[in-house]
Design a protein around this ligand. Sequence first.
Ligand SMILES: C[S@@+](CC[C@H](N)C(=O)[O-])C[C@H]1O[C@@H](n2cnc3c(N)ncnc32)[C@H](O)[C@@H]1O
Length: 309
Amino acid sequence: MSSLLRRRKALLSIYSRSNRYANESKPRGLTSAPPIEVGFTESAGRGVFATRRIGAGELIHTDKPIISHPSLSSLDSVCYFCLKNVASNLPFCSDECRQQSKIFYDTEKQADWSRFHEYCRTQGLKYPLLVKRLACTIISGAATPETLDILQPATLSSEMILLMEKEYQLLRSTFEDAGFTDEQIAFLSKKWYIDVLTRIRINSFRIELALGSYEDILLSAAASVEAEAAVGNAIYMLPSFYNHDCDPNAHILWIESVNAKLKALRDIEAGEELRICYIDASMDRDARRTILSEGFGFDCRCARCMSND
Ligand SMILES: C[S@@+](CC[C@H](N)C(=O)[O-])C[C@H]1O[C@@H](n2cnc3c(N)ncnc32)[C@H](O)[C@@H]1O
């Protein structure tokens, strides 16, 4: 098999894996496989391409997260599994969420997370919470330590890696203090922790729920820019392959829960790459490029930046 065919096959298998999650939450009206495939771009690594013409406003696909976690300030107000707003102090919004959370919650509740949470709260850290949840899911046997390996890693400076030492030690000692055996947490090395965090850093989404239950795309886009508090963070498989554009043709949004919806912002032709905007596109060119470079680690090569807009 030629290397090109092998690469193509590997990319298609990424798509099918993600599609499995997408199909579980297939909305009414979306009856066939999503009209997209993962392939290689000329200058931004892998990307997502349309396999047929997609109309403006069309729901391209939905996706459930691989891992999600509420922000610490939302712990009492959102479901610990799906991040839906909850009126009471109960951790879950429904029996279904309680059942689905068993893959991490039964492990998590065996330990005392107060010191770990307090450290994340005082340092303003959100990504270690996702690593905590992934670690619990691995210990319960519902995920493997390699779960995120397929995602692109960020390049971290040695200073950033040094700063991770304390959070890593706290995570490990929380499991040790709760009596988890060396065998159960054998995967939890410092190298694993850093490898996972470099991927979470570049691929995680800040979840801002659009207000109201209707799905007007422009209102949802505005709500997502204006919303003050993120209810949590999440990592998805297929949405991680969408590249950034300062003039995007697609949009990711969340209505009521962490389950993501990818929608077309305008008509997209078959073969065209689908791109979302990682930041606030209304900023000027210098501000956008600084955030993308410092926060995401890349120099944006989208058409808008290249034309100095
Ligand atoms: C979330 S990933 C997107 C998928 C990624 N291309 C891959 O192969 O897995 C983000 C990374 O894609 C690349 N990227 C995304 N948008 C880009 C853009 N507009 N210009 C240059 N590189 C981009 C950068 O390397 C960035 O760190």
